[in-house]
Design a protein around this ligand. Structure first.
Ligand SMILES: Cc1cc2nc3c(=O)[nH]c(=O)nc-3n(C[C@H](O)[C@H](O)[C@H](O)COP(=O)(O)OP(=O)(O)OC[C@H]3O[C@@H](n4cnc5c(N)ncnc54)[C@H](O)[C@@H]3O)c2cc1C
Ligand SMILES: *[C@@H]1O[C@H](CO)[C@@H](O)[C@H](O)[C@H]1NC(C)=O
Ligand SMILES: *[C@@H]1O[C@H](CO)[C@@H](O)[C@H](O)[C@H]1NC(C)=O
Length: 578
């Protein structure tokens, strides 16, 4: 361990020095680009003009510097970084609107966020917040969640135990200790451990930038689980520990104003200002290569017609499996270097989402700006395995884990936009193979059997919700529908309906994979961005964009973002003094 840390330190110093003295590219975080907050636009038509610009070949800008496949935060974020240093970038999105997992949709007057319920670490001046502010020119606004911000609920209906999770450096452990008297030592020990792993994630960022052979010396493992069982005999506490591991370092204190589509809405103009464009209904069917096997563009498929688009650089936000298995010509797919990377990755778990539109305000329905993590038992490792490997009809009747949040209650602009209404979003996992047989049918017209299966999942999830939120009754439900793994394949291009990209099992953190899976691919001028390059989740995908931008611009943008955060803090402190 010590040796590992020592090596990490030495390499860090070398790389910090390298990037300080040899940074060759321009810095997108050079200046503070925040502008005064403009009035929020609620008019759907106005937003559509930005988010839903359909692909037409004559809308493609001339002399592109790069083309990006996919408009998730990984794709848009990278496009913004490149635009900020004057590059002309085209982003192509297969769906009918920009945003990827950050897109929103409206049904029966209810607006739903697809994949962002939870963003952490947004305190003023923290690098991550600073980065996001800079990348949206300061137009995103955030508001704090409730404290406690999370409720961990364990056990069956007749014996549910609730553990509120508070934010705050000391309040968080103090409140946890109140829930588990006698376990103080285990809690302190565990938090110390998780913090260490959290720091490792930062090291991961540098790993991606080091030359591969050097990076392989660095040791990083998530050896947490084995340790937990040695810390405590209390099964509920073990379960809470596992939850903390999944969310720690990502403790949410804020959520965004006006829904997740605000993010894309404020990024696109920055890309356009540099001469670029973000076009939707633009499915890329292949990446183009020259005779030297260097990427030189992409082809967009509209109907039966292919539109080739040329650019000196191609960056894929479509995930490693789509990129390597669908978009590369056959002869390049079989390259040993590509096969090796693929063999180290697995598809992540498929997602199940339930969207509920309710008649009533948050007060009437007892909804708050918080999140519920509901587990039917405290041994959820086993439960989840049993669930995912079970018969679909059986599994649909007992969903072992359910994340529940009310996006409307978290958004103070909601009441003005949709008075008297509320929404709930539920997220869980589902096995892709349960739904695979229907994957080729039209999304709005799938078989009765599919609808019935979906309904069983909905009923199961709804029963949990009705039990935990007693003010919600069936007559308040105006809209309810579910998205399955095949829904995700259609709308966000996830090949196996994954919600977090490639699998995040322990293998993902092996030094070998960490060092090999980088934004650079074995093919010249082809790069990867987004969650598969770094880690999943909004913050992970954005960090993926930063890592990819670092490789392209040949400087460490993680350090640049930290640098900007420091100056911004400095400037604010100075203003106060004056
Ligand atoms: C239901 C759900 C809930 C989630 N909850 C949270 C949460 O609370 N907190 C959190 O941090 N994260 C959450 N996530 C995960 C998070 O949203 C993702 O990890 C992150 O946004 C991924 O960003 P990305 O840019 O890597 O990929 P994506 O957002 O998936 O973007 C990839 C884009 O590429 C497009 N694409 C694919 N193939 C092609 C092609 N051939 N041509 C053109 N375009 C293509 C896709 O349509 C998509 O728009 C959730 C995800 C889901 C689905
Ligand atoms: C919503 O609830 C109110 C009373 O609480 C009722 O008057 C109204 O008709 C309901 N609306 C719908 C669409 O069900
Ligand atoms: C999904 O089900 C298939 C078939 O039953 C099984 O082989 C696979 O392991 C399951 N997937 C997961 C993630 O458990």
């Amino acid at each position: 361990m010590l040796l590992g840390l020592g090596t990490i330190c030495v390499v860090l110093v070398i790389y910090i020095l390298k990037y300080v003295f040899w940074s060759s590219g321009p810095n997108p975080f050079e200046t503070d680009t925040r502008e005064p907050v403009r009035k929020m636009v609620h008019d759907q038509k106005e937003k559509k003009k930005v988010l839903k610009q359909g692909f037409l070949i004559n809308k493609v800008p001339k002399d592109l510097d790069a083309v990006i496949i996919g408009s998730g935060i990984g794709g848009l974020g990278l496009a913004v970084l490149l635009a900020k240093v004057g590059k002309k970038v085209l982003v192509l999105e297969q769906h009918d609107r920009a945003g990827g997992c950050c897109h929103t949709f409206t049904e029966k007057g209810f607006e739903f966020d697809v994949g962002i319920h939870y963003i952490g670490d947004l305190q003023d001046h923290k690098p991550f917040r600073c980065m996001l502010d800079s990348m949206t020119n300061g137009q995103l606004q955030w508001e704090p969640l409730e404290n406690p911000f999370d409720q961990v609920v364990l056990g069956p209906p007749e014996n549910r135990r609730r553990y509120p999770i508070y934010s705050g450096r000391t309040r968080f452990p103090d409140e946890l200790k109140k829930c588990f008297p006698g376990e103080e030592k285990a809690i302190d020990e565990y938090l110390r451990l998780v913090k260490k792993v959290g720091r490792g994630i930062w090291v991961l960022a540098l790993l991606k930038l080091c030359p591969a052979p050097l990076a392989k010396f660095l040791v990083y493992t998530g050896l947490v689980r084995q340790v937990v069982n040695g810390l405590t005999e209390n099964k509920d506490l073990r379960a809470v520990f596992a939850y903390i591991f999944g969310t720690y370092g990502n403790m949410p204190k804020d959520s965004s104003f006006g829904g997740a589509s605000e993010i894309a809405y404020h990024m696109i103009p920055i890309i356009e200002k540099a001469g670029g464009a973000v076009l939707v209904r633009a499915p890329v069917n292949r990446i183009l290569f020259n005779e030297a096997n260097e990427a030189c563009g992409v082809s967009v498929m509209k109907g039966d017609e292919e539109f080739p688009i040329h650019a000196p650089m191609v960056i894929s936000n479509a995930g490693i499996f789509n990129t390597y298995q669908k978009l590369l010509p056959k002869e390049l797919q079989t390259m040993p270097a590509i096969q090796k990377q693929l063999s180290m990755m697995k598809n992540g778990e498929g997602g199940l989402s339930v969207f509920v539109g309710l008649n009533g305000t948050k007060e009437e329905l007892g909804l708050k700006a918080d999140n519920y993590w509901i587990f039917t038992e405290n041994n959820f490792d086993e439960m989840v395995e049993k669930y995912l490997n079970g018969e679909r009809e059986e599994s649909a009747k007992s969903i072992p884990l359910l994340f529940v949040a009310s996006p409307s209650a978290k958004d103070s602009t909601w009441e003005e936009r949709s008075p008297g209404k509320s929404t709930l979003s539920l997220v869980s996992f589902a096995n892709y193979s349960w739904f695979e047989e229907w994957k080729d049918a039209k999304v709005t017209n799938r078989a009765e059997e599919y609808k019935e299966l979906k309904q069983t999942f909905i009923d199961t999830a709804l029963n949990v919700v009705l039990d935990i939120f007693p003010k919600i009754t069936r007559d308040k439900i105006e809209y309810i529908d579910a998205g399955t793994p095949i829904t995700n394949t259609y709308y966000i291009g996830a090949p196996k309906g994954e919600i977090y990209g490639a699998d995040h099992g322990i293998g993902r953190f092996s030094p070998e994979l960490s060092a090999t899976l980088r934004p650079q691919t074995p093919l010249k001028n082809l790069y990867l961005t987004g969650q598969d390059v770094f880690l999943c989740g909004f913050a992970g995908a954005l960090a993926g964009a930063l890592t990819c931008g670092s490789a392209i611009l040949n400087r460490n943008l993680h350090l640049d973002a930290i640098g900007l955060a420091k100056t911004m803090k400095f400037m604010k402190a100075k203003l106060k003094d004056e």
